[in-house]
Design a protein around this ligand. Structure first.
Ligand SMILES: *[C@@H]1O[C@H](CO)[C@@H](O)[C@H](O)[C@H]1NC(C)=O
Ligand SMILES: *[C@@H]1O[C@H](CO)[C@@H](O)[C@H](O)[C@H]1NC(C)=O
Length: 202
């Protein structure tokens, strides 16, 4: 029964990949993935010392103006930044815990030299803008960027493939001048990625 479920999940994942716009890219990941895993990784999981991948993300604008491209490498060059990513905008864990923890921590993060906090999810830019606006996150100075085609999530080895949409595993990291200095995985506990744990490490 267990094996059947695993095979079924793998087949579903393969089908969803075949129809994804990045099919060519994900096929490599498919070959790398084992049957027992439905989470396909484009790359090894990010670690301290890695460069934050150079990707272009989308940032939603006020009044439903067209989202603008944001080159992540350019945005974080020469700065100390906190980047956190969540599986979904407006989802409970992200809206009740992860995001509020970073809103509350803005002053303390700045006191520890963090110039900017960036929130990322694979939701589209309009959703990210609305989440930033309605949560108070944007007013607190947090930038809400959309990784809608999961390019960043895959490059960091943190995508969750095969669902309705590709999502991002919950994580937080600190980068200085584009290089990861601290990485907080949610593999054990979601709360490991929340701002108090990040602050404690800085
Ligand atoms: C981001 O900008 C840098 C130059 O500042 C460039 O080297 C890099 O290719 C750009 N990234 C993308 C994905 O376009
Ligand atoms: C998870 O917990 C184990 C046991 O404490 C530890 O060795 C491991 O490093 C933790 N993993 C992460 C990603 O925090």
């Amino acid at each position: 029964m267990m094996m059947l479920c695993i095979l079924l999940l793998s087949a579903l994942t393969a089908i969803s990949i075949a129809f994804s716009p990045n099919a060519g890219l994900t096929n490599t990941a498919l070959h790398r993935s084992s049957l027992s895993s439905t989470s396909l990784k484009m790359a090894d999981e990010v670690k301290v010392g890695d460069k934050v991948p150079s990707v272009v993300l989308k940032e939603g604008q006020a009044n439903y103006e067209t989202p603008v491209d944001v080159n992540l490498s350019d945005l974080i060059a020469g700065k100390k930044v906190a980047i956190f990513a969540v599986p979904g905008a407006f989802t409970p864990g992200c809206s009740k815990s992860h995001l509020p923890s970073f809103i509350t921590a803005q002053e303390e993060l700045k006191a520890k030299g963090v110039d900017m906090t960036i929130c990322i999810a694979t939701n589209d830019a309009y959703v990210m803008e609305a989440w930033g606006r309605t949560s108070g996150g944007a007013a607190a100075g947090i930038r809400f960027l959309s990784d809608a085609n999961a390019e960043l999530s895959r490059a960091l080895g943190l995508s969750i493939e095969g669902g309705v949409m590709v999502r991002t595993k919950r994580f937080s990291l600190i980068a200085e001048d584009g290089v990861v200095t601290h990485y907080f995985s949610s593999a054990n506990e979601s709360s490991d990625t929340w701002a108090p744990n990040v602050l404690a490490a800085l």
